[in-house]
Design a binder for this molecule. Structure first.
Ligand code: ATP
Length: 315
């Protein structure tokens, strides 16, 4: 049983997704996806085209039904009352081109059952007050998107859900939309957005869930999930024998998280930062392995994302 009105910041998660699976006929779009969206976060649902992002947002907005699993908003089962606290932008709204931005918002407010008194506030937030009398057709791409976001802000929802908010925008429009998302986050809104752009998620999101072919690969704090990892690349002797001895030696080295082959070298990832290269050289030498290659490398976020979402990668 749930009672009373919740303050968004009193709940542990704004949205809790519990093992959602979705089939379209025989196509499995989502498979047992679970994660939590913390209050006040800018939460990116990141994945390549077709990974299930839109399907997932459609389910939690009750536009689509999950085949299995469930979700809760504000710690409560989904309800119409809950959804009123959520502003959504899943598709580009149909604004009238010959009407002004303000007039379009008046129509949107009437359709959504909101009063007109909120319109000056939302125009101010999206920085369109000065252009409110101009016809929609005269707006730049970024202004059109900001008007769409203004329409989501009517009624002052505490949570905003955007599907690919910068899709189709020019670089100026992308920058304006990102700035607006940051401003809304500063105001305390929780923002959930789907994106196939790693760059977008890195720039505006505090948290991320990565989907590949409908499966959740990782979720959590963006800095942890997309952490720019350093690693060390080592080479030893000629032929497989040298590398085998090196691999065996490294597996006994304290703090090692992962050892993997890469071309003629071995790459080593550490749990907590990297020990000094001289120490590693000495360690290998003491184990009877003479190194012919020892280099500190950085794994770029881009390559990590590609690796995570690479269909050939089974993990
Ligand atoms: P995009 O960025 O291209 O929109 P996405 O990550 O949002 O991709 P979805 O649109 O959710 O992914 O699609 C997930 C999978 O479900 C894809 O294989 C897609 O072809 C399939 N799919 C989506 N909608 C339908 C539908 N109505 N009928 C059948 N299959 C669908």
């Amino acid at each position: 049983m749930y009672f009373g009105v919740h303050n968004s910041f009193n709940v542990k998660s704004i949205l809790s997704i519990q093992s959602i699976t979705k089939f379209y006929g025989r196509i499995r779009a989502l498979h047992q996806v679970s994660f939590e969206v913390p209050p006040g976060s800018v939460f990116g649902v990141l994945g390549p085209n077709g990974s299930g992002k839109t399907t997932l947002l459609g389910i939690v907005m009750n536009v689509l039904h999950a085949s299995e699993g469930g979700y809760s908003w504000f710690g409560e089962p989904p309800s119409e009352r809950q959804r009123q606290k959520i502003g959504t932008l899943l598709e580009t709204p149909n604004f009238y081109h010959y009407l002004s931005g303000e007039k379009n918002l008046q129509i949107a407010a009437a359709i959504k059952g909101h009063g007109q008194e909120d319109i000056p506030r939302v125009l101010e937030i999206v920085k369109l007050s000065e252009r409110k009398h101009s016809p929609f057709s005269t707006y730049s791409l970024g202004m059109k998107q900001r008007l769409a976001i203004a329409s989501c802000l009517l009624g002052n929802p505490s949570v905003l859900v955007f599907d690919e908010p910068t899709n189709g925008l020019d670089p100026v429009g992308i920058a304006e939309t990102r700035e607006l998302i940051r401003d809304l986050s500063k105001e305390g809104k929780t923002i959930i957005l789907a994106s196939h752009l790693l760059d977008e998620v890195e720039k505006v999101c505090t948290h991320v869930a990565i989907l590949r072919k409908g499966q959740l690969l990782m979720a959590g704090d963006v800095n942890e999930v997309l952490m720019n990892e350093d690693f060390i690349e080592l080479g030893a002797g000629a032929g497989a024998g040298g590398l085998e001895k090196l691999r065996a030696a490294l597996s006994g080295l304290p703090g090692v998280k992962q050892v993997r082959d890469h071309e003629q070298y071995v790459q080593v990832f550490f749990e907590n930062g990297i020990m000094d290269l001289g120490g590693i050289n000495q360690y290998c030498f003491d184990k009877g392995v003479v190194l012919n290659h020892l280099q500190l490398r950085k794994r770029s976020l881009e390559s990590k994302f590609m690796e995570l979402t690479d269909e050939r990668n089974p993990n």
